[in-house]
Design a binder for this molecule. Structure first.
Ligand SMILES: C[S@@+](CC[C@H](N)C(=O)[O-])C[C@H]1O[C@@H](n2cnc3c(N)ncnc32)[C@H](O)[C@@H]1O
Length: 254
């Protein structure tokens, strides 16, 4: 498999900054896992991270912003069927349901505790919501079951071969896959961002996971290699900026 003459067959060896990442950029990555991904961490620590994500999403209106980006992509569909992967707290799905009068939303996460918490919330009894456990790399749904798949602030959790699977699976079950994630800034700016976060990482679980997320974020060039590795016919549109989330819109050219 190749993207712009680069062999992507050993995709797990790709640096998060892409195959042509600079030496400094290659240093700014880690194999360490976030608290959210670890089995040896207290449930209360994970709950703190998920709670902080939900709070910041509401406070900084990211839930609203993410829902608006998603709904814009299905503006032409009367009653859109939307699948949210890695929903964590369910805040973005809740916003989707509030902002669209007839959207059907399937709210999912890999983590059974998160799924149980979402199911016990208002989303569990919402007439247009279904709450399920689901792995983004192996979506349990038939081809073209949805109009849109959304994966927010979660893509960096996956190593490259798993991330490529999300491109393949997301564009199999829906016409459009929307990934929203942390941007990977140029290495000197990335270093600055990390330096401002590091002092608090030892005391605040949310910042600890934020530092690791930053180190694991994919660059635009890496995202293109991942999509091409998944299926060269996937068409990508990338938007974002230094301080804006990285927005990835993927469609299968089939
Ligand atoms: C940082 S949280 C993001 C929560 C929420 N989407 C948001 O915007 O705040 C990442 C979530 O991705 C989930 N996750 C990790 N690997 C996953 C996978 N393979 N499939 C589905 N969800 C996954 C985690 O359980 C976690 O809830």
């Amino acid at each position: 498999m190749s993207y712009m003459g680069i062999d992507t067959s050993d995709i797990d060896r790709m640096p998060r900054g892409g195959f042509r990442a600079s030496c400094l950029d290659r240093l700014l990555e880690t194999d360490r896992q976030e608290y959210l991904d670890r089995d040896d961490v207290d449930e209360s620590t994970k709950n703190q991270v998920i709670g902080a994500l939900d709070w910041t999403g509401r406070f900084f209106r990211n839930h609203q912003r993410f829902a608006a980006i998603a709904l814009d992509l299905v503006a032409d569909v009367a009653d859109p069927r939307i699948l949210e992967l890695g929903a964590g707290h369910g805040g973005v799905s809740r916003q989707l349901l509030a902002d669209h009068p007839s959207a059907q939303v399937t709210v999912t996460d890999l983590d059974p505790d998160s799924v149980a918490r979402i199911a016990a919330s208002d989303l569990g009894s919402h007439p247009r919501a279904e709450v399920r456990q689901m792995d983004a790399t192996e979506i349990d749904a038939a081809d073209d079951s949805y109009d849109l798949v959304l994966f927010a602030l979660s893509f960096h959790h996956l190593r490259p071969s798993q991330a490529a699977r999300v491109f393949a699976e997301g564009t199999r079950v829906a016409e459009t896959l929307l990934i929203i994630d942390l941007p990977r800034p140029p290495a000197p700016l990335h270093l600055l961002r990390l330096a401002t976060m590091l002092p608090m990482a030892a005391v605040l679980p949310f910042v600890h996971d934020g530092v690791i997320s930053s180190l694991r974020s994919y660059s635009p060039s890496a995202l293109r290699s991942l999509a091409s590795h998944a299926d060269p016919s996937i068409e990508l549109t990338l938007r974002g900026g230094l301080n804006l989330p990285q927005i990835v819109i993927a469609r299968n050219g089939r």
